[in-house]
Every structure is written in C-alpha cells, then in structure tokens.
Design a protein around this ligand. Structure first.
Ligand SMILES: Cc1cc2nc3c(=O)[nH]c(=O)nc-3n(C[C@H](O)[C@H](O)[C@H](O)COP(=O)(O)O)c2cc1C
Length: 206
C-alpha cells in the first residue's frame, strides 16, 4: 500500500502553498484509493526546538539512553517514522524572509538525526532514507527565477534540495507559485494566478 506524507508549514488559512498541497493530495487519493495519507500540519503543532538533552540523547547509543533521553527523542521518533512509512511526500512551503517558515526548520532539526536518517560511512555522511519521491510546493510574494539577480535571495529551494539529499532523498520536484504579491496588489485574481501551478500539481500527483 502506498503512503503519502502531506506536510504543510504556512500559518495562513488562505495559504497558497496549502491550496497546492491540498490539490496534490486530492489527486493522489483518486489515483491511490487504498493509499494512506499522513497529515502533518507543522503550523498547527510546531515541533519542539532541539536542545542540549536532545543532542546528547541523539549521540548516545540507543541501548545506553536514559529514560529522560528516550523521552527527549520521542517526537523525533514519531516524525522520522512518518517519513520512513511514506513513499510519496508533499511539502507546502511559504517563503518567509527568503527562507522556510520557522516551523519547517524545527521539523528539519527533529528529522535530520545521526544514526537514523543519516549515518557516517567510509566516505562521510550517508543518507538513510531511500526510494521516496518528494514534491515541494512553494509560494512566494516575489519571483526568484534562476539566472536573475533575485535568484541569489532564494534560500528555500536550494536548502530543501540539499537537506533532503543529505538524508537520502534525491527525487525532488519543485512547483512554485511565485509572485503572489501580485494578487494582493490587485494585478491578478487568485484563480488566474494559481491555475497553471494547480495544473502542474495535478500532473505531478497523477
Ligand atoms: C512573514 C512573511 C514573510 C515573507 N517573506 C517573504 C520573502 O522573503 N520573500 C517573498 O518573496 N515573499 C515573502 N512573503 C510573501 C509570502 O511568501 C507569500 O505571501 C506566499 O503566498 C506565502 O505562502 P502561503 O500563501 O502558503 O502562506 C512573506 C510573507 C510573510 C507573511
């Protein structure tokens, strides 16, 4: 049975990235009627920041962990298990201050864990998650087209590609609804703005 992990990070109800991931999930469900969907809304329940206890626990061999250390890693265990179960993952990202929403960074800190999602091998760190496909839906107010000076301010797509690659996920597709500020300025209506990106998302989920 296929499993889709659906992650959202925008704090807004009217969020564009949420609309894109919702459409992805809807299409995926029609194609995989018996598939399982795991919803992980990071804005609704933000992961805890990692702290000294967490870091100490993560670098202590499993068998030697104290009950306190085991408890410190419990949220990480749940979030990693969701990733491990999924063969398909969709992540909605609102560009905030040229990067990812802070709740998504908290999630990343919880799931990038030595000995679990990456491990040190003979030639350095090796990602441990295999055979997963990720679709990343990004919404941004501005446009950061590659080859333009603005592209150097996009710390979302390059970071997400790198960090997912670090834990072994290399099949990553990006869908971007860029220039959303045009909606607020009244230059375009939301439906017209979103149509091409929604079409793209449906195609990728099919
Ligand atoms: C706190 C905040 C920070 C933002 N920072 C940026 C930014 O750095 N660059 C940009 O192009 N748009 C920025 N925006 C605009 C959002 O990226 C845009 O509204 C997008 O639609 C957000 O995704 P969402 O609709 O899924 O929430 C920002 C919006 C907010 C609320």
């Amino acid at each position: 049975m296929s499993t889709l992990l659906h992650i959202d990070s925008s704090p807004l109800e009217s969020s564009i990235s949420r609309e894109l991931t919702r459409e992805f999930t809807k299409t995926w469900k029609t194609k995989n009627p018996s598939g399982k969907v795991i919803d992980r809304d990071l804005a609704a329940i933000a992961p805890k920041p990692i702290d000294q206890l967490w870091i100490g626990a993560a670098f202590t061999p499993e068998a030697a962990r104290t009950p306190e250390q085991v408890a410190a890693l419990s949220e990480s265990d749940v979030l990693i298990s969701e990733l491990e179960q999924a063969d398909e993952i969709v992540i909605g990202i609102a560009m905030h201050n040229f990067s990812v929403p802070s709740v998504l960074k908290l999630w990343i800190d919880q799931v990038v864990r030595s000995g679990k999602t990456f491990a040190y091998g003979a030639s350095g760190p090796e990602g441990q998650l295999k055979d997963k496909r990720v679709t990343v839906a990004i919404a941004s107010g501005g446009v950061y087209e590659s080859g333009t000076p603005a592209a150097s301010m996009d710390f979302v797509a390059p970071y997400i590609r790198s960090i997912l690659g670090f834990i072994g996920i290399t099949d990553v597709r990006f869908v971007t609804a860029a220039g959303a500020s045009q909606i607020m300025m009244g230059a375009i209506d939301r439906e017209t703005f979103l149509k091409p990106t929604l079409d793209q998302v449906r195609e990728l989920a099919a």
